[in-house]
Design a protein around this ligand. Sequence first.
Ligand code: NAP
Length: 259
Amino acid sequence: MDLGIKGKTAIVCAASKGLGKGCAMALARDGVDVVISARGAEALNATAEEIRKATGVKVTAIACDVTTEEGRKQILAACPSPDILINNAGGPPPGDFKDFSLDDWRKAVEWNMITPIALTKATVYGMMDRGFGRIINITSQSVKAPIASLELSNGARAGLTGAVAVMARRAVKRNVTINALLPGPFDTDRLRGSTKKMAELQGVSVEDAMNQRKTAVPAGRFGTTEEFGAAAAFLCSAHAGYITGQNLLLDGGIYPGTM
Ligand code: NAP
């Protein structure tokens, strides 16, 4: 299927690995020039080269921390008028409500709520003037059903969801959509790291902990970054202009609700 976005430009945040990389690669395969960012320059440049070789599109790598104003300035200087914006950053750490300081909460809100709001504000009006735009917030299944150990994430990501819900309905008149993709467990470094910690806490092998987590997914497996990227690319396509303000779960069936 031709997604109808060849020649467009996308900012994909936090994209040297994992879900962000999956999105950048999928958009690039559809002919979109991508500006990718991450803090670590080495992995970022390697990913940029991998995408260039695989797709032939223009790839610009900006090594910066997207959760800082300075980092966002660098990204926007490289790409002031993107057609597509994929908001993404690292997630807040796990823990317990009683142990989180107010600064922990401020940091989580800065990373997972303020940062995507800032980039949306900086780009959405230009998209509306030009008559095309696609913004995707990578959030989490925790927006639909809270995850016990991830209260910082539950709160900040649900806050973002509410914050853009009206804008998503305003912008769509100008063919600009804002949606969120809600990942369940995907096979990335983050998932492997958290499973390793889980194994240590439970005194089981990493392999056992991995299998335990997979068994909890009706699909019987973790999602792949390619699947995630393909879903994001469709939402960014010319065909998806009537989908806005949605929170789409990609979770292999974990969410137990009928709707
Ligand atoms: P990952 O494999 O660990 O990759 C994270 C990527 O983000 C890396 O490229 C990392 O590079 C970059 N990054 C992290 N913090 C950054 C920052 N402050 N500024 C710029 N780049 C940054 O993680 P992932 O699994 O793809 O997760 C992506 C997001 O989805 C996270 O917020 C995560 O909580 C959420 N999520 C993931 C899953 C899952 O199962 N994988 C499920 C639900 C939600 P550097 O470290 O070099 O910056």
